[in-house]
Design a protein around this ligand. Structure first.
Ligand code: NAP
Length: 244
């Protein structure tokens, strides 16, 4: 029987590619989106065209009740969630002194509490079945800290801490929890960066290129596979060596 993966924020960018690659590797995929239904439908169509099996599910990951409803709908459709990929996220460049309490809360709610909401609603069934795999998409800024992205860096550092602690807590229940930590990846999220900044970032990488969504998706597919069965609590950096 096929395994099922829930990928949050799978309407675009990295999440869309993760959904497509997991489907290619035999997973049924629950494609979560928040606002971009048309894009989520395009991802669904791509998967169906390639002979895969998927469905789209709307929910704001920052809204616990909405996440719980979504997870219940996925159980009705697919029966179980074997792999949870917490990918949904927002980014913003702003001076620390311009971050209002509202901006701070919105960032933490989406990028960190969203991961709590999804893990907390999916884990009970995983623990009961003594199997499961959670992969959280962090960021190199969560590892090293990014100027003018303090709220983003704090949320992503929180995701790394959550990953390590949860891996220790649920390991005996047969569940692995890991992070993939991307560097600079060419997606809509990077559209606010100027060409000059992107060129500088590219030149900072020993591999002299920016990352692609596929680079990140390949790491997720590896961690989701049985071949990674002895790997938990780790941060797999996919950053072209920009952070060594
Ligand atoms: P993106 O192209 O902007 O896509 C973001 C995705 O997240 C969209 O599908 C969006 O869905 C979804 N999303 C945002 N808020 C959501 C919410 N509240 N509930 C559910 N879904 C939500 O970004 P990306 O570059 O693919 O980034 C994906 C992940 O990688 C993020 O966690 C990001 O922090 C991380 N990351 C990216 C880079 C990079 O260089 N691109 C580097 C490091 C880490 P809707 O449009 O449907 O709302």
């Amino acid at each position: 029987m096929s395994k099922t993966a829930l990928v949050t924020g799978a309407s675009k960018g990295i999440g869309a590619e993760i959904a497509i690659q997991l489907a290619k590797n035999g997973f049924n995929v629950a494609i979560n989106y928040n606002k971009s239904k048309a894009e989520a439908e395009k991802v669904l169509q791509k998967i169906i065209d390639r002979g895969g099996h998927a469905e789209i599910f709307q929910a704001d990951v920052g809204d616990y009740a909405a996440v719980k409803n979504m997870v219940d709908s996925i159980y009705k459709e697919f029966g179980f969630i074997d792999v949870l990929v917490n990918n949904a996220g927002i980014a913003q460049q702003i001076l620390f002194t311009d971050i209002t309490p509202e901006i701070w809360s919105n960032m933490i709610n989406t990028n960190l509490t969203g991961v709590y909401n999804c893990c907390n609603t999916v884990l009970p069934k995983m623990i009961h079945s003594h199997t499961g795999c959670i992969i959280n998409i962090a960021s190199m800024w969560g590892e090293t800290g990014g100027s003018c992205e303090v709220h983003y860096s704090a949320a992503k550092a929180g995701v790394i801490g959550l990953t390590k602690a949860l891996a220790k807590e649920v390991g005996l229940s047969g569940i692995r929890v890991n992070c993939v930590s991307p560097g600079v990846i060419k997606t809509e999220m990077m559209s606010s960066f100027s060409d000059d900044t992107l060129r500088e970032l590219k030149e900072e990488s020993p591999l002299n290129r920016l990352g692609t969504a596929l680079d990140v998706a390949n790491a997720v597919v590896f961690l989701a596979d049985e071949k990674a069965s002895f790997i938990t609590g780790q941060v797999l950096s996919v950053n072209g060596g920009i952070l060594i």
